[in-house]
Write a protein that binds this ligand. Sequence first.
Ligand code: ADP
Length: 474
Amino acid sequence: MCQSEGNHWVSGDQHDSFVVTNPANGDVLAQLANHSAEDTRHAIDLASAALPAWQKLTAKARSVILRQWFNLINQHADDLALLMTLEQGKPLAEAKGEVLYGASFIDWFAEEAKRTYGDVIPSPQGDRRLLTIRQSIGVVAAITPWNFPNAMITRKVAPALAAGCTVVIKPSEETPLSAIALANLAYQAGVPRDALHLILSNRAAEVGNVMCEDSRVRKLTFTGSTPVGKILMRQCADTVKKLGLELGGNAPFIVFDDADLDAAVSGLMLSKFRNAGQTCVCANRILVQDSVYDAFVAKLKIAVEKLQVGNGTEAGVTTGPLINSKAIDKVERLVNEARAAGAEVITGGQRHAAGAGFYQPTLVVNATADMSICQEEIFGPVAPLVRFSTEEEAVRIANDTPFGLAAYFYSRDIGRIWRVGEGLEYGMVGINEGGISNEVAPFGGVKESGLGREGSKYGIEDFMEIKYLCMGGI
Ligand code: ADP
């Protein structure tokens, strides 16, 4: 947590701490004192007290501060990237890409803050005038994951601060160092100490509970797993908080017989293997039409075998470690279950010699949609390929899941593009494109993948309330 007094970090109980390790080699990077439930409450006290002054600034004044934060992040992008690779594992170039992508949300919302217009509504009665204004919702609590240690923070904090909210954020205990660095740059940029608080703890449930139960927190924004999202949603019911939830996915990646197969392979390599397969929009099930199945598999195998596994700080590495041993165990179980159910591993399929944290980039062919590897979120560098014969079958398999975050398909047929684009029950659809996220487009899911949208002109809406003013006696 950041204190308002002085220019220092106030730590929690020194005897109660957690370590941050490098997933590539297990090195201990830092030991941090745990913040408690009491510390969380105190941070909410301070954020609450800081709210009126921050709200009262003009959008333009907040925008100037956010712009300065954006500039500082860009200036320090290489250091932020290295810190991220050390605590999270992704290759340095990817980490730098995330830092710049993360900063783009600050740039965007610094501008959007100035455009939070209200309406003048034509009145049905002559003696009154009707209008709406938009005001910041209040104190925001944010809980973020480890797979994007920087961008999941900026995507929430930037619109919140831009809208005039103050924020208490609990980053993942796996990757708190990127969060600390980001917050320090925010203070240097002029964000008031009490407008942004970090809670660092490996007792997430305890902290989350306080955030959900405190009635002064008016919005909870969370990115993480669907089970935890459901817990938070239940816990927020008593105080009727606004919720932003970015939860799990089970993205289908469909290759139709009229697709440009080389483009589909490139798109899949990006969508599946980026961040070692640890993104919520990663292709999870690759559905390939019968007549192009073998040709697609052959091209994909060549591309997968070119991946370089290793420590993300080493030049040329494309695929870093998974975040922890639980992640490796899950990937191993899913591949073994697929094998046992009759699928065939044609490359990879084992832990990697680079170290305990690594898994081989893996292709599993002749998978079927009912296998656990196609039903659960893999979150690792493993691609299961399923055959289909008709367009209807592909869409039916793709939609047969409780999740609805991202989907992808490759086709050159304009009619099919519209039919499938409209038929997929997903919040985001990549058409002949494997990397679709940016600051100007709405990111979010349907069904059990979440609520709300981040980024884009919609991303600031949930941090504001609409107030209706009825002026009578005219
Ligand atoms: P992942 O599987 O990606 O780690 P989680 O949903 O477990 O996803 O974690 C995402 C974030 O949610 C992390 O910051 C984690 O500490 C936090 N978290 C985990 N369990 C809870 C909980 N019960 N209440 C609040 N936050 C939680």
